[in-house]
Design a protein around this ligand. Structure first.
Ligand code: ZN
Length: 417
């Protein structure tokens, strides 16, 4: 069943629109989920407005320096949320929305999204990235029944959250290139119309970089519309593939390592934006190969050794290695025949591979966009320390059973950044 989002409102007075909506639907009991910042920015106001109409409202205000959809905060939300028939309202950005998505879904209730910053593209998606025992897993849950985004609250969101939303959005440059590549050589399902719409959303934010940097209501609206469009594209496609490629895999790997060793993470979109500069560099290397050189390299390529690959996964993932390997079985099980067939498909589609690589901007151009909106464009600005960057590219691709530029580089023996 395709979940339906009945209403998406982006504008002033989102709380007023929320009241109209719940009255029309006959909803009377609510559980608001927020953190201390987002409660102050919008949650308190939404709670007061709902109470003024005589509705029953309970607010779960989560506290802590960094809120993740992990065991601690999931249980806390489950414990504090009232029992019985009610509608959840997520007031916040990515993590609050994901927590609410999971808790509402697993309690058999609907939820309404009230994003407070245009920081991620997950507001309308069906999957909730949940962190269990330090591993980030996307679990199928549900989309909100409605989204009310208050443009005035968003325009006052911290710069770093707006820059993160921009980073998550332009990350689609390489998500889309990787997706096309996977469809050509790894038989991954592809939808040209969804790809076109996602690309159009990227183009619209790039064309309004200045307005986004200046937090104008128009800039913030364009960014949020693009993020929501990207989320709807994932929803309609039924998977994150249109909006997540090698740049997301590197980001997920950094995040997992950070959680394991420091218990904290960096902003998702900030990581994705910086990872995009690295993956764009990888696509630039592919562009530099002539057809003859590519074919020559294919000729010499040998099927990866299963034991060596498993050892590599263990090196990168430690005690999480078994789970990662399980999700990666199609690659681990490549034999001479299937590897030859893969090489054949790469050779046959080389012109198309050149074309998709040509759609990825130069890394310097990407870094320029990121600088323009005030987002991190270097490892130091992002906060990566010595030795932290490379493993994201080396091991990140094992997280998904998908074929992208990192796997292509490995087949062609092109050094990874
Ligand atoms: Zn993302």
């Amino acid at each position: 069943m395709t979940p339906t989002i009945e209403t998406i409102y982006i504008g002033s007075d989102a709380t007023g629109k929320l009241l109209d909506y719940v009255a029309a639907k006959g909803l009377t009991r609510f559980c608001i989920v927020a953190d201390t910042n987002t409660y102050q920015a919008l949650g308190e106001q939404a709670e007061a407005a709902l109470k003024s109409k005589g509705y029953d409202v309970k607010s779960v205000v989560l506290t802590g320096a960094e809120i993740h959809p992990d065991e601690h905060y999931l249980v806390k939300t489950f414990v504090e949320a009232p029992i019985g028939d009610l509608t959840f309202i997520a007031v916040g950005s990515g993590s609050i929305t994901d927590l609410t998505r999971f808790v509402s879904h697993r309690s058999g209730r609907d939820f309404i999204g009230m994003p407070t910053a245009p920081s991620v593209d997950g507001f309308t998606s069906i999957g909730a990235p949940i962190i269990l025992a330090g591993v980030k897993t996307t679990l199928t849950c549900q989309a909100p029944i409605a989204v009310f985004a208050d443009i005035d609250v968003m325009a006052n969101a911290p710069q770093r959250l707006i820059a993160a939303g921009f980073g998550d959005m332009i990350g689609k440059y390489t998500s889309l290139a990787d997706w096309k590549l996977g469809s050509l050589v790894w038989n991954e399902p592809y939808d040209a119309e969804i790809a076109r719409r996602t690309q159009a959303a990227v183009d619209s934010v790039v064309a309004h970089t200045e307005a986004i940097r200046n937090h104008t209501t128009e800039g913030v609206r364009i960014l949020l519309e693009a993020l929501i469009e990207s989320g709807i594209c994932m929803l309609e496609f039924g998977a994150s593939r249109p909006a997540s490629g090698a740049e997301h895999h590197a980001s997920h790997y950094w995040e997992m390592q950070r959680l394991k060793h420091h218990g904290s993470t960096m902003l998702h979109g900030a990581q994705v934006g910086y990872a995009l500069t690295l993956i764009a560099k990888q696509y630039a290397k592919i562009r530099q190969l002539s057809r003859a050189e590519a074919l020559n390299r294919l000729e010499g390529a040998v099927v990866p050794n299963r034991e060596e690959e498993l050892a590599h996964i263990r090196e990168g993932y430690g005690d999480m290695a078994d789970d990662v390997a399980k999700d990666h079985h199609a690659f681990l099980n490549l034999d001479e025949n299937s590897f030859d067939a893969l090489k054949q498909r790469i050779a046959e589609n080389w012109s198309e591979i050149e074309a998709l690589a040509a759609n990825v901007p130069e890394p310097e151009v990407i870094a320029g966009y990121l600088r323009q909106v005030g987002g991190p464009s270097t490892a130091a600005e992002l906060g990566l320390v010595e030795g932290e960057e490379a493993p994201g590219l080396e091991y990140g691709h094992y997280l998904r059973d998908r074929f992208g530029v990192i796997k292509l580089s490995r087949v062609l023996d092109v050094p990874i950044v």
